[in-house]
Design a protein around this ligand. Structure first.
Ligand code: DLZ
Length: 176
C-alpha cells in the first residue's frame, strides 16, 4: 500500500458535516508536520459544512498519547467523531514500532468499544521529507483524508442508526 499513486487530499464525494461535531487530538512531536495536518483537517471539515464552533482541538505530547486524548473526548464530550493527528518518524531504535503498534491498537479498541468513529491521521515515515510530502506536500495532506473519513463514518453511523433493525425478530433468530 502506498500513497505514491494517490493524493491524500483527493477525498471524493463527502457528505455534509453541517450537523456534526468533531474532536481533534494533535500530537506535539514533529510539530511542523502535525500542525500542517491540523490545518488540512480543519480546512476539510469547514469546506464540507462543519461549523467552526463544532470543532474542538486538543494537544497531547506525542503520538503514543493520541489514544488517551481520544478517550477523553469519548468520555467528557458529545462529539460525533474524533480525528487523531500524529507523525512518527523512524529512528535508530525500536521506539517507532512500539508507538505505531500502540496507537493503532489503542485507537482500534477505543472506537469499537465506544461505538464512535476515530479517523487515523497518523503518518509513519522513514524520514521528515516523506512526512512533509504527506502533510500538504506533493502527496497531499493526510489531515484532509482523516477529516473526510471522519465525516463519512459519522454519516454512515447516522444512516445505519436510522435504519436500525437490530431488535427485529429476524436478527434475534439469526443470533440465537
Ligand atoms: C519518544 C518519541 C520518539 C522517539 N519519537 C516520536 C515520534 O517520532 N513521533 C511522536 O509523535 N512521538 C514520538 N515520541 C514520543 C511518544 O509518542 C510519547 O509521547 C513518549 O514516549 C511519552 O509517552
Amino acid at each position: 500500500m502506498s500513497t505514491k499513486n494517490k493524493n491524500l487530499s483527493s477525498v471524493g464525494d463527502v457528505p455534509s458535516a453541517a450537523d456534526m461535531k468533531f474532536g481533534i487530538v494533535v500530537a506535539e512531536w514533529n510539530e511542523q508536520v502535525t500542525m500542517a495536518l491540523l490545518d488540512g483537517a480543519i480546512k476539510t471539515l469547514l469546506l464540507n459544512g462543519c461549523k467552526e464552533q463544532n470543532i474542538i482541538v486538543k494537544h497531547v505530547p506525542g503520538t503514543f498519547e493520541l489514544t488517551m486524548g481520544a478517550q477523553f473526548f469519548a468520555e467528557y464530550t458529545d462529539v460525533d467523531a474524533v480525528i487523531v493527528l500524529g507523525c512518527v518518524i523512524q529512528g535508530e531504535t525500536r521506539h517507532f514500532d512500539f508507538i505505531c503498534q500502540g496507537v493503532t491498537q489503542g485507537v482500534t479498541n477505543l472506537m469499537t468499544s465506544w461505538n464512535m468513529p476515530i479517523a487515523f491521521g497518523v503518518l509513519t515515515t522513514n524520514d521528515m521529507q516523506q512526512a512533509l510530502d504527506r502533510a500538504g506536500g506533493k502527496y497531499g495532506n493526510k489531515g484532509d483524508e482523516a477529516a473526510a473519513t471522519a465525516i463519512k463514518m459519522v454519516a454512515l453511523q447516522n444512516e445505519m442508526e436510522k435504519e436500525d433493525n437490530s431488535s427485529s425478530e429476524k436478527r434475534k433468530m439469526d443470533v440465537n
